[in-house]
Design a protein around this ligand. Structure first.
Ligand code: ADP
Length: 659
């Protein structure tokens, strides 16, 4: 927990650092403002003594001036000195008001800039997380940290610097010093209440930071719950679960309310105790100070000034208490925020990776290398020894298409991967080489590991053991500081493509925002999307996605394909893309893909798609069990592919298989 505190504070300091000049300026303005504020009580005391003297008690006034060290030297009780004091008061007023305005302005600005920078940094961090991170988090939680928590932080920061925290602390210290200059014994009385209060303050900070952390966490859960149910409101309504869902939500947000109640009660106790301590202090000061006046040791004006200073102290302390309470809240929020940053800290990731690769090595030693029952395809070998001898492109690549930059060789070498928190390996010891321009189809029972292989190839996850090579170079995901799949010339169309809000044009050129209209058009034509797009109200400028024109599953899929084709990838990964397409679109897109030079990895359920692949790789239980052409694998008595083709697993195959 101490390390978490430290990391959180480090994050806050780092975020604030670029604004150090503004911060320094704000602090200087604050110091000046407090100086003028502290002059007030002195001037008030002075006014009092001058007025009293002017009222005829000349002798006493002279004496008072002598014992009031703040009074102007030899202040004579004249109307002129009265005017002078009043002028000084007026000047003080104007200066402190100007200072206050400046401080409030600058500190609000500091808060805004802090929030802006922190949000930006968080979003950047979040977008770079690998899939494992997202598997372990919920969108609601992330969004609430990004918004609610950062907002708490930025308002607290502004308040602490400009309004209550620093200002009150400085005022308290300054007022104490002033009293001490006046009469050290009085300062002692005033001081006596301070340790009492400071103990109280510590309790407030510690407790409220814990409670607020919990409360924000519960609030995030409720937010996540609401977001999820609202996004799937159709399911809720079709199954008539509105009441139950509303009840469950009420319960969730209710537990946040209970925490808030505890916090409120706690604050009440603190507030009451704090005020009591302050009032006791005031009475004591008045008693002792009054006695000093009667003894003729200080003037009435000085007593007045001391009391105003004491008021400063008590008001200041309670506002420090409140502000420390807020600071406790902010610490809770800061920790939630800094956890996200810590999750992306390379240092912590390395530790995790080392730990898991250690266990991977242990498991694999007995079984490594025994899973690739390779049948051997023409012009292709997958012996997994990493030989770089096979460079000849096999299969259908003909290079005739203008829509390609060429093809890459892709290799998975003894790749082991386990999802975070999972018990079993999702893939174990995968050896797979795809020659430039080859099309490889992954088939196998669902849950066998096909999508996982695709995700590993795209660098969405980092394998615990083994390596993914593109053109002989290790694929290092961006999350690990590498150049990532996109830079390696890879593109993908994933299962259930989701569109982001924006026009059709924006969807298609998502991976290359500067793409020209001709490029967009060519990609759309290749993906058989141009036809339906031209019929949309604003054709390529039609808003689609979340709020726009609703598209069918097949239409979305074609836009997703166009998005991938526009990049002219050297490696194309297609995860069940043809599943939502009508037969005509599928034929069209299949022929487009065939004419592309790119290396292709296809996960498909349709026999028509699979049998055209250069190599078919059957995957089951996270292992490559067979590898070869359609005819080779079909000839394997008792083989997995043969069984898949013959049985219900491939029911979907038959629907579109050529007779
Ligand atoms: P396929 O694509 O062949 O249907 P997958 O690669 O999706 O198979 O799944 C392989 C294994 O990994 C399955 O046991 C599945 O339950 C598991 N798995 C897939 N995705 C995740 C995930 N995000 N988190 C944990 N386990 C997963």
């Amino acid at each position: 927990a101490a390390a978490a505190h430290k990391a959180a504070l480090r994050l806050a300091v780092e975020t604030l650092r670029p604004d150090w000049l503004l911060l320094a300026g704000t602090m200087a303005a604050l110091a000046a403002t407090i100086f003028f504020t502290l002059l007030f009580p002195l001037l008030i005391g002075e006014v009092f003594d001058v007025v009293r003297a002017h009222g005829g008690l000349a002798g006493e006034a002279a004496g008072a001036a002598a014992i009031n060290p703040f009074a102007a030297a030899g202040a004579a009780a004249t109307p002129t000195s009265f005017t002078a004091v009043m002028l000084k008061l007026g000047g003080c007023l104007v200066l402190s008001a100007t200072g206050n305005a400046l401080v409030a302005w600058c500190s609000a600005l500091l808060g805004e800039r802090f929030g802006y920078r922190l949000r930006g940094r968080l979003m950047e961090t979040l977008l770079q997380q690998d899939q494992a991170f997202y598997d372990a988090s919920t969108t609601g939680d992330l969004v609430s940290r990004l918004t609610l928590d950062v907002t708490v932080l930025q308002t607290t920061l502004a308040d602490f610097i400009g309004q209550r925290g620093f200002r009150s602390m400085f005022e308290v210290v300054g007022a104490l010093l002033m009293i001490a200059v006046q009469q050290p014994l009085l300062a002692l009385v005033s001081c006596a209440i301070t340790p009492l209060l400071s103990r109280l303050l510590r309790a407030v900070v510690v407790r409220s930071s814990a409670i607020i952390y919990q409360r924000q966490t519960v609030a995030a859960e409720a937010l996540e719950y609401a977001a999820e149910r609202l996004s799937q409101v159709q399911t809720v309504q079709v199954f008539a679960q509105q009441e139950r869902e509303a009840g469950a939500f009420a319960e969730l947000s209710g537990s946040g309310y209970q925490l808030a109640q505890r916090y409120a009660f706690f604050q009440g106790v603190v507030e009451g105790a704090g005020r009591l301590a302050v009032n006791v202090g005031t009475v004591a000061l008045l008693g002792f100070g009054g006695w000093l006046v009667i003894q003729g040791r200080i003037s009435v004006g000085a007593l007045l000034a001391v009391n105003v200073f004491n008021l400063f102290i008590s008001v200041g302390l309670s506002s420090v208490a409140a502000s420390l309470g807020e600071l406790g809240k902010a610490l809770g929020a800061l920790e939630r925020v800094s956890e996200l940053v810590a999750a992306s800290d390379p240092a912590t990731q390395d530790v995790a990776a080392t730990a898991s690769s250690g266990s991977a090595a242990g498991t694999s030693s007995s079984s490594s290398g025994s899973h690739s029952a390779s049948v051997g395809a023409p012009g292709h070998s997958s012996n997994g020894n990493g030989s770089s001898s096979h460079v000849i492109a096999a299969g259908s690549s003909n290079g005739s298409s203008s829509s390609s930059r060429g093809a890459s060789r892709v290799e998975l070498r003894d790749v082991w991967f386990k999802y975070p928190g999972a018990m079993n390996w999702a893939v174990q010891g995968i050896n797979l080489t795809i020659e430039p321009g080859q099309t490889v189809a992954l088939v196998g029972p669902s849950g066998g590991g096909k999508s996982t292989i695709a995700a590993l190839l795209l660098g969405l996850y980092t394998p615990q053991r083994g390596i993914v090579l593109v053109d002989g170079k290790p694929l290092v995901p961006k999350t690990d500081g590498g150049s990532g799949a996109a830079e390696a010339g890879m593109a993908a169309v994933l299962q259930q493509p989701m569109l982001m809000s924006g026009s059709v044009r924006q969807q298609i050129r998502y991976g290359k925002p500067e793409a020209s209209h001709d490029e967009v058009l060519a990609a759309a034509r290749a993906a058989h999307a141009d036809e339906f797009v031209s019929q949309l109200p604003d054709t390529y400028d039609t808003e689609v996605g979340e709020r726009g024109h609703a598209l069918s599953g097949g239409q979305k899929q074609r836009l997703a394909i166009a998005r991938a084709l526009l990049l002219q990838p050297k490696v194309l990964v297609l995860d069940e893309v043809t599943s939502a397409l009508d037969v005509a679109s599928e034929r069209y897109i299949s022929s487009t893909l065939r004419s592309m030079a790119a290396t292709k990895l296809i996960i498909a359920h349709r026999l028509s798609t699979v049998r055209q692949a250069d190599v078919i790789v059957a995957v089951a239980d996270g292992r490559v069990v067979e590898q070869g052409t359609h005819h080779q694998l079909l000839a394997l008595e008792g083989g997995t592919y043969r069984r898949l083709v013959k049985t219900a697993e491939l029911g979907a195959f038959w629907a579109h298989a050529p007779a």
